[in-house]
Design a protein around this ligand. Structure first.
Ligand SMILES: *Cc1c(COP(=O)(O)O)cnc(C)c1O
Length: 356
């Protein structure tokens, strides 16, 4: 039986989107492909309120996160990694694994990275870049990028790399207004497509920086991508099926209307938060709650694996806590193509199973 995914990635994929993926194949050097890439790209630019090139990488988000580090950090310079959960910590590991030097700004899990904390670090003027996780999927904290952007604007030589993997398409991110240099998201989260494609906007500042970096690699080299981008192609063979699906999904998101689309995410978030406060407690700082997933403290000490077994029989699945938080919290995603009806259905099932 199909289990509807209330986990923070991959998320539930609609049949219409799966069908778009099943379209007959075309060559990646055909005119039809260039038209498809151009169309899909321009729609994602609308979503991100940006005129920056938007690259479509056939990769998990992690690949592009490594790529961003290789393009935006010079060998004799450092990056500041802001960490308030598992995904920020992982990005730091990736950056070190690529031979880059990094300092860490560590914040307690469940808390947010604030503009004040970033500013205190940047004032030392030793950084080439900042790596920030917009939405910490491990804790349900959404970092305040609009406020952080005001600080970043005071440091025009610092490249701002944002992991927006679990927020892009679920929360408004105005890339140009914010001045985000590299904004990354895999399509398996709020885009609600099957995993395998990553969207990434790149600013002129990031391209200029990349020119000064020697070993950018090949597959994720922003300048090689840009050369092909001008022809609406990619250097290597892309997952064309994904791009068919992205193009279809972007049509539907734009037809819903961006404001309505983000509002639906917020409505679902508020519903789940209220429910969680009534029966349990919220893990994240109330001021910085995520619009795309809610981390609920397991105050009753109930078994999350058993809950999922019971939910599976009804056709649903949620997420346990991530890593060390397993059993201590559980996470409900409310992103992509999920609806208020889905949230009512899911919370009703949990109430029934746990006799809340
Ligand atoms: C899911 C997720 C990732 C990892 O994405 P992959 O596509 O599996 O590489 C990174 N960061 C955040 C915030 C995520 O939610």
């Amino acid at each position: 039986m199909y289990k509807k995914l209330f986990i923070p990635g991959p998320t539930h994929v609609r049949d219409e989107v799966l069908q778009a993926m099943a379209r007959p194949m075309i060559g990646h050097r055909f005119k039809e492909y260039a038209e498809l890439q151009a169309e899909a790209t321009s729609k994602v630019q609308k979503l991100l309120y940006t005129e920056n090139p938007v690259f479509l990488f056939t990769s998990a988000s992690s690949g592009v996160m490594e790529g961003a580090a290789r393009n935006c950090i010079r060998d004799d310079k450092k990056v500041l990694c802001a960490i308030n959960g598992a995904f920020g910590a992982r990005w730091h590991d990736m950056i070190l694994a690529n031979g880059k030097e990094a300092d860490v700004l560590e914040v307690e899990w469940g808390q947010a990275v604030t503009p004040e904390l970033i500013e205190a670090k940047l004032s030392s003027d030793e950084y080439d870049a900042v790596a920030l996780t917009h939405n910490e999927t491990s804790t349900g904290v959404m970092n305040p990028i609009y406020e952080i952007a005001e600080v970043m604007k005071k440091y025009p030589d610092v490249c701002w790399m944002v992991d927006a993997v679990s927020s892009m398409a679920g929360a408004k991110i105005e890339v140009d207004k914010l001045g985000i240099d590299v904004c990354i998201a895999g399509v398996q989260k709020a885009f609600a497509l099957p995993p395998g494609l990553t969207v990434c906007s790149v600013s002129q500042k990031a391209f200029d920086r990349a020119k000064e970096v020697k070993n950018r690699g090949w597959y994720f080299d922003f300048h090689l991508m840009l050369k092909y981008y001008h022809r609406n192609q990619t250097p290597a063979t892309p997952s064309i099926s994904h791009i068919f699906a992205l193009n279809k999904q972007m049509d539907d998101i734009l037809a819903e209307g961006l404001e309505a689309h983000f509002q639906r995410h917020l409505d679902m978030a508020e519903f789940v938060r209220d429910w969680a406060r009534r029966h349990f407690a919220l893990y994240a700082d109330e001021r910085y709650l995520s619009n795309t997933l809610t981390a609920v403290v397991n105050t009753r000490g109930l078994s999350v694996p058993k809950l999922n077994q019971a939910l599976a029989e009804q056709g649903a699945v949620i997420s346990d806590g991530y890593g060390t938080l397993k059993g201590k919290i559980f996470r409900i995603a409310h992103m992509g193509d999920l609806t208020m009806d889905d949230m009512r259905w899911l919370t009703g099932l949990i109430e029934g199973i746990w006799n809340l």
